[in-house]
Design a protein around this ligand. Structure first.
Ligand SMILES: [Zn+2]
Length: 322
């Protein structure tokens, strides 16, 4: 008996030492998501009843992520696994995870499927960028733009779906999940109203992105015009001189005061545009628009939510569109 206890203690110590050396990251959560949006929505619905985690490390590039052995185990051990179902994770999830998953133990949510299966909802194919001489990339097969979470109405559908799944697997806490999701959806409605308020008072309708553009759903929802240096899933950091010139002209011609980069950007495209515009004797501010592709370590630690990021975006929109 005593021996057994000591032995298991030894094992625990050994494992925690191992965990510490491998960055101390324990990714065993009830609900595990590949990326930030799923993680945040699940965290809101689950409240204190279930733990929610994210596979992507804060600051890591979503499109360069592939799961480690430990990550795959975390998925197979979870109660709910949430993935985007688009360019960044569909392929490895379908190849490496879905054939192995025990569907009785782990419920799988593809956020893309939630949107596609919802009649009357909107989804978009990746489309060429307006006004920018598109880079020499070959015509790829058209694909659904994966950044579905950046539409507030899509976010509401996903939150609602997570609620239904949690209610099903943990029916004793049904009322809690229902209340949590209702509260979160109310906050999303508030964000939506605030965005509409800003747009009603705006004197401009054009967003200039000196970066990639994972916001097709967002601009479509609010009828905004946009130009951008790269498409949504493009991981390029530097733009062709013609792109920088086209964006500079767009700024000057439309009297734009703010250009956007997305979170974690090095502003390699934005800085030369700003310089060009300043050389013409005009001011230009570079602001971050949070697209929740990923979050910084700092924001992750602080527990910054989707709602918080959208509220920051609203303030930036107010400045950029006036
Ligand atoms: Zn993307």
């Amino acid at each position: 008996m005593k021996k057994g206890l000591l032995f298991s203690l030894g094992v625990t110590l050994f494992f925690s030492a191992l965990a510490l050396t491998s960055c101390g990251k324990n990714k065993n959560y009830d609900i595990i998501s590949t990326s930030f949006a799923g993680y945040d929505f699940a965290r809101a619905v689950a409240g204190d009843e279930m733990s929610s985690g994210m596979l992507l490390n804060p600051g890591e590039e979503l499109h360069e992520y592939s799961p480690s052995i430990g990550d795959r185990e975390s998925i197979l051990n979870s109660k709910v696994f949430i993935y985007i179902g688009g360019e960044s994770d569909k392929e490895w999830v379908e190849k490496q995870i879905l054939p192995k998953i025990d569907k009785e133990k782990t419920k799988v949510i593809s956020m893309m499927d939630v949107i596609l299966n919802n009649n009357g909802s909107s989804y978009y194919e990746e489309e060429p960028l307006p006004d920018i001489a598109s880079s020499s990339e070959d015509e790829e097969e058209s694909e659904y733009d994966e950044h579905i979470w950046n539409s507030i109405s899509n976010a509401k559908l996903i939150v609602n779906y997570i609620d239904l799944v949690l209610e099903e697997i943990d029916s004793s806490k049904k009322e809690t999940y229902k209340t949590n999701s209702k509260n979160y959806i109310e906050k999303l409605d508030e964000v939506d109203n605030n965005i509409k308020g800003v747009l009603n008072e705006a004197s401009k309708n054009l967003l200039v992105f000196a970066d990639r553009f994972p916001l097709l759903y967002f601009v479509r929802e609010y009828n905004l015009d946009y130009v951008a240096a790269f498409k949504g899933c493009d991981t390029s950091k530097d733009a062709a001189p013609t792109t920088i010139e086209a964006l500079t002209n767009k700024v000057l011609d439309n009297d734009i005061k703010v250009i956007f980069v997305i979170e974690l950007s090095e502003a390699n495209v934005a800085n030369p545009i700003k310089k060009n515009v300043n050389n013409q004797g005009k001011e230009l501010e570079i602001r971050t628009f949070y697209t929740m592709h990923n979050v910084s370590e700092d924001d992750f630690k602080k527990g910054t939510t989707y709602i918080d990021f959208m509220n920051k975006n609203i303030e930036s929109l107010r400045i950029a569109l006036n």
